[in-house]
Each structure stands twice: as C-alpha cells, then as structure tokens.
Design a protein. Structure first.
Length: 411
C-alpha cells in the first residue's frame, strides 16, 4: 500500500501484542480536507519548549542527539493525550503498514504476552511455524538462542522477521515440560488470513474473524459462497469476534454491511472533516437473511464493537459472551516525514442507536463467562479445543437450535 505524505490512514485499532497485528483495510483522506488552521502557538510556549530542549542538550548527564531529543518530545506530547495516540518511528510505521495489508516475511505466528511470557495464540495455517510443529499455547523463550524478556517483545518479533529464505530458530516451552523444544525454519512471505470458516453438521455455519484487513471482506464473501456450494441453506451462523482487536474502519463497515439490508452502521464525530462520517448498509448481500449470533468477549475491541453494535441495534443478531473491550475511538496515521508518523485519535464513534462505546463496551444479550485460560477457545478447523469444550460457542450454537448435535473432538 502506498502512503502519500499528504494522506492519512484512518484506523480503528484495539490493543494487540504479537508477530501479526490483526488490523486491516485502509481509508485514505486528503489532509487538505481539514478545517482552517487553529491560531499559532503562543511565542511564550514555544520559548518554554525550546528552553527545556536546550537545557537537556547542554546539561543532561549523557549527550543526546537532536533526532532522539525531538522524537522523545513528540512522544511525550502525544503520550499525554490518550492511550491510543502516539509517535510511530520507522519500525512502528512499518508494523502499521504490515497490519493494514496482512503481508510480511517471517514464520507465521500470532503471539500474545500473557503473564510475562510470549505465548502462541495461533500459528498461521501452512506457514513455516505451523509446518514445523509449533502449537497454540507454546511459549517462545528464545529466538536464535537470544532469550526473550518481557520488555523485549518487540525486539523478539523483529528477529522473527527477515528476508525470505533465511533461517531462524525458535526455542519453545510446551506445557509443564522441563526440556525446551527447538524448531528451525526458513522465513517466507506470509499472508495473514483474517477469516476462518466451517460448515458444521446440521447446516450451521461458523465464521471466526481475527481482525479486519484489506482482504477481510473478500474472504468473508468467499466463505459465504462456500457455504452455499455445500448443499442446503444455512440454518444459522455464528460470527466469532472474540479477541478481535479491530482494524480499519471500512473493513469493519463492510463486514457489518454483509449482514444488513439497510440502515446506519456507525456514526463518527471529530474536529476534522474526515472525522465526521456516517456509514450505511446497502442491499444485496448473501448473508442478510441467515439467523445470526455474534460472539464477543473482553478482547473484542474497536472494529469488532462497530460490527457487534450495528448488528445488535438493528436486531439482526443476538450477542453472546462477555462485555467487549470498550474502545470507541478512531485513529488517523499521519505521515510526518521519511519513515515516521503520528497516530492520533481524531474521532469517537457511536452505534446506530447512539450508544457510546468508549470506556463502556457492549454488553451481550446472553452473558457466558469463560474459563481462566483465554487460549481455550475453538478456532475453526484443526483447533485443539473442541466445540463441546468451548462453552461460549456452544451456547451461541444452542441459541440457533444446534441442540442435539455433538462434536466431541476437533476435526
């Protein structure tokens, strides 16, 4: 994706730690669309900033180069605004672009920081790590014999990436085993699919969305078409948005639209012109008439909450699970210069009924608390956790009439 200096990438991002960042598609807006510039900063405040920087340059115990000093000043300014705004250096900016397209070069692991340990949430299907035998729940303790520490997660992720065809070795701990397992593999181009689907016995469908990327809507359409090609019409569908941290606005809107015939999906408001928006559903989507239940939990954030809120407000879907994360703000990534950018909160969004999500989240219609282990969820075909073991999913299916069908093991 090409990002122009005078463009912004409008994101709806949750909180993600991992080798893959599960956010998606892009909406570009010209910065010329912004309203008139605010008054210039008063000279006394500029002088105060300049004096502080000069004091640091002259008196700090260690010499600090001007580039680092300016970057730290920008980080401090943005860090004082809210938890989602920030300064992106070249590596962080690259991560945003990777997350937007879902493409990078590496080994194909989605990892999460849990209890200070880098834990595999899910290997990417048919990627080097999955083929080597790394499993969900494994704890990565070293990359190329360099130990991972809790504050070095970003560096470890960077070491997992690299040029195609180059070798990387991961050391992992599995369960309570004392001995580490070593896996060597070659890096290769990875495309992170955000949609996993399965036709269950009795003509019930299951779709899990891990995020919203450029390809999410096309993948969703393909899953719906596959359901239609396998025989009878669906009796019901579960849309699993658990632990989905969000993505970019238009991808989330497109997913909601796939299940709605008409009506408002989301409304946003902010100070700049592109932060004022209303997105509406259009008729003609293949999943509009299928009975639907949406699964959410505390990890469902931002774009996931846009989808869940719209489908709930229109009475299109029942929500099952736990209260969602509560991130109802929109960030714009504004390029500053070569390789850096601002990630700035520019809008808050409301559901069709005017509900504010930020800091509140969305309450499900049916509350089903989950066991302490957040990895103990069904993740689609090949999952080590069965549908019967996933109490939230089981309740969602039962509400659709999936009553007497038992799946005691994952296929």
């Amino acid at each position: 994706m090409t990002l122009r200096i005078r463009s912004v990438l409008v994101l709806v991002i949750g909180t993600v730690l991992g080798l893959t960042v599960s956010i998606g598609s892009s909406m570009l807006s010209d910065r010329a669309a912004a309203p008139a510039e605010p008054p210039p900063i008063a000279d006394e405040y500029l002088a105060l900033l300049a004096e502080a920087m000069q004091r640091v340059r002259r008196e700090y115990v260690d010499q600090i180069d001007d580039e680092t000093l300016v970057e730290n000043a920008i980080r401090g300014m943005l860090g004082g605004l809210d938890q989602h705004s920030g300064y992106l250096d070249d590596e962080q900016y690259e991560d945003i672009q990777i997350a937007t397209t879902g493409n990078y070069t590496g080994v194909g692991l989605n990892v999460e920081l849990q209890d200070g340990q880098v834990t595999v949430a899910e290997p990417v299907d048919d990627a080097p790590a999955a083929r080597a035998g790394i499993r969900a729940g494994d704890v990565v303790v070293a990359v190329d014999d360099v130990p991972i520490v809790s504050d070095g997660l970003a560096a470890a992720i960077e070491r997992m990436r690299g040029e195609p065809g180059t070798e990387v070795r991961l050391s992992v701990r599995r369960g309570d085993a004392a001995e580490l397992l070593d896996f060597s593999m070659l890096r290769e181009p990875i495309h992170v699919s955000t949609v996993r689907s399965e036709l269950l016995p009795g003509d019930f469908g299951y779709i899990r969305l891990s995020g919203f990327t450029d390809s999410t809507l096309a993948e969703l359409d393909a899953a719906a078409a596959a359901f239609g090609s396998e025989g009878d019409e669906l009796k019901g569908l579960v849309l699993d948005l658990r632990n989905n941290p969000g993505g970019v606005l238009q991808a989330a809107v497109g997913v909601a639209d796939a299940f709605l015939e008409e009506g408002l999906i989301v409304r946003g408001s902010g100070r700049v012109r592109h932060a004022h928006f209303e997105e509406f559903a259009r008729p003609g989507d293949v999943l509009e008439d299928v009975p639907l239940v949406v699964l959410i939990n505390h990890g469902s954030a931002s774009g996931s909450e846009i989808v869940a809120g719209a489908l709930s407000d229109h009475g299109r879907a029942a929500l099952v699970g736990e209260r969602s994360f509560g991130k109802g703000s929109v960030q714009s990534v504004v390029p500053l210069g070569p390789g850096s950018a601002l990630k700035l909160t520019t809008a808050h969004y409301l559901t069709p009924d005017g509900r504010m999500i930020n800091g509140l989240g969305i309450e499900p219609d049916t509350v089903v608390q989950y066991p302490d282990d957040p990895l103990a969820q069904y993740r689609g075909p090949g999952s080590e956790v069965t549908i019967d073991q996933d109490t939230q999913l089981r309740r969602a299916l039962e509400s659709l009439g999936y009553g007497n069908i038992s799946l005691s093991r994952a296929e």
